[in-house]
Design a protein around this ligand. Structure first.
Ligand code: CA
Length: 232
């Protein structure tokens, strides 16, 4: 059973999320300020942390920064989903740079938060944020109507075969292996073109456009100021 910590000072939101999590079969604890939340998180007893950014005593960003430096390895690597105010782009980017796995903008739909929790838990339990081992069991990655067969090197979109060049395939595969996680252009570039690529990072934008043309505009989300993300 997965144990989740909610660090959120708005009692109504914290209580609502707690009830929903318990309804989904998780166990959940709450903290209502940054300092208490950090202390609880540092025990390493949690599988995932939902962390509000605007908190009394210590901000969510500061909690995250300290947590990632924790000597307790389980605590330092625990998946964190940030809760941010609408349009707080700087917070999102800072949070992702600081090692947050994902973020939700308030007000959010609980179903979306639950989906992101499942994605973050699956990634961490499959061996790390890069998801290299994600669903290697049948060698097929599935998301947003796409089925990508890793070994056969084939792709279908809504059941119909789609032709992908090698580079497009690698880019798509990287996004699918990391679905639910915002990926920077630099990370995608490194995955599909290699670290020694010298050109512009906007080549990633061009290839994402190719993938969208071969599927549709809904499969890859643009994360402004960060890069791209494959939805669950
Ligand atoms: Ca708050």
């Amino acid at each position: 059973m997965n144990n989740i910590l909610i660090i959120e000072d708005e009692e109504k939101i914290a209580r609502f999320v707690e009830l929903e999590l318990k309804h989904e079969g998780y166990t959940a604890d709450k903290a209502t300020d940054g300092r208490t939340g950090l202390e609880m998180a540092e025990t390493g007893a949690y599988d995932l942390i939902i962390l509000d950014i605007m908190l009394p005593q210590l901000s969510g960003i500061e909690v995250l920064r300290r947590l990632r430096k924790s000597a307790n390895e389980a605590a330092a690597s625990v998946p964190v989903i940030l809760l941010t105010a609408r349009d707080a782009i700087t917070d999102k980017v800072t949070g992702l740079d600081m090692g947050a796995n994902d973020y939700m903008t308030k007000p959010f739909a609980i179903e979306e938060l639950l989906a992101r929790i499942r994605a973050a838990l699956r990634q961490s339990q499959n061996g790390g944020a890069h998801g290299e081992r994600a669903e290697k069991d049948d060698g097929i990655l599935r998301a947003a109507g796409i089925e990508l067969n890793v070994s056969a090197h084939t792709v279908t979109f809504r059941g119909k075969p789609a032709e992908f060049t090698n580079r497009e395939f690698i880019l798509l595969r990287t996004l699918m292996e990391n679905r639910g996680t915002a990926m920077s252009r630099e990370k995608l570039l490194a995955a599909a073109w290699g670290y020694d690529y010298y050109g512009e990072t906007n080549i990633v934008d061009v290839y994402v456009r190719y993938i969208r043309q071969k599927t549709d505009d809904t499969v890859i989300r643009t994360i402004r100021g960060v890069g791209y993300m494959m939805e669950e």
